[in-house]
Design a protein around this ligand. Sequence first.
Ligand code: KG4
Ligand code: ZN
Length: 354
Amino acid sequence: RRDLLMLGIETSCDDTAAAVVRGDGEILSQVVSSQSDLLVRYGGVAPKMAEEAHALVIDQVVQKALDDAKLSGSDLSAVAVTVGPGLSLCLRVGVHKARQVAKSFGLPIVGVHHMEAHALVSRLVNKDLDFPFLALLISGGHNLLVLAHSLGQYVQLGTTIDDAIGEAYDKTARWLGLDMRKGGGPALEELALDGDPDSIKFRVPMRQHKDCNFSYAGLKTQVRLAIESKNLSADDIPISSASEEDRQSRANIAASFQRVAVLHLEERCQRAVEWALKIEPSIKYFVVSGGVASNKYIRTRLNQVAENNGLQLVSPTPSLCTDNGVMIAWTGIEHFIAGRFEDPPAADEPDDTQ
Ligand code: KG4
Ligand code: ZN
């Protein structure tokens, strides 16, 4: 396994990332180039602009991943690349680069599912983590509860019926006039520390539905109404120029939002644990991953859910929770070892083949 060297490439959303990981899980390099400036300016990911931003840096990012690992393309065993889900224009940039590297050095290619990678990177972090396990995957675009039976065999226990929790964090942060350069989620988490989580009684979503699905659109609307009713006009006045009283109101909204957003996660996770243990009583681990899982408050609360049910929480470090190349390389390794990969592209394949 130590001889296996996998390059991982990720371009599904707004980060261009690459990494080299060894078969035994040793991370040899990890490079991320983020489009946070574009996100701040345009208030979200515009596919065409994101594609151009990826295309601009992909060669450098991959080269740096190889340089940092002190390797050349010919040392690699294979190339793993995110093939979905994500913005198709953006995915194409990564796939194109992966095929180019694979063709140059005659390497097999492993196509990776982005959400599977968020889940499986936990097995790199914790070598004892065997299947089956339960995973909550929370990011900007997804909210998934998955029972992972074995490699490639996943049963979805719950998903979002509208927005993902990361989207709710990002919108709330924007409406509260926070500094989006840090990312909406981290900025909101920080502000919430100064607020009273019980000051506003937002309704917990979907309590009447006894399932494991999620919904964050209604909570977003409740937050919007709370902001309007307080006349905060935070859209115009950034928090840095707000009065002390105004800042406190915003912190209260942030803390109240976070409490209910996470209570919703806790309730759904508790039910999912019960369901999962009925199907697979041998489950020992509860994995929480995806960008939103970097949130300390969320980790603490979900650790409690795990402990209450006799499970161990595994949540990767923040740099492995947010989009990264390591999780793609690692998932590539798992599939490669299981014999799931494509042969190297033919030498006469045109370079623009997707
Ligand atoms: O997994 P990820 O990097 O990209 C997607 O696949 O979407 O997740 C990005 C999401 C964003 O919505 C971001 O605001 C959120 O993760 N996020 C956080 C925190 N750090 C990142 N949300 C809450 N608290 C955080 N500390
Ligand atoms: Zn992601």
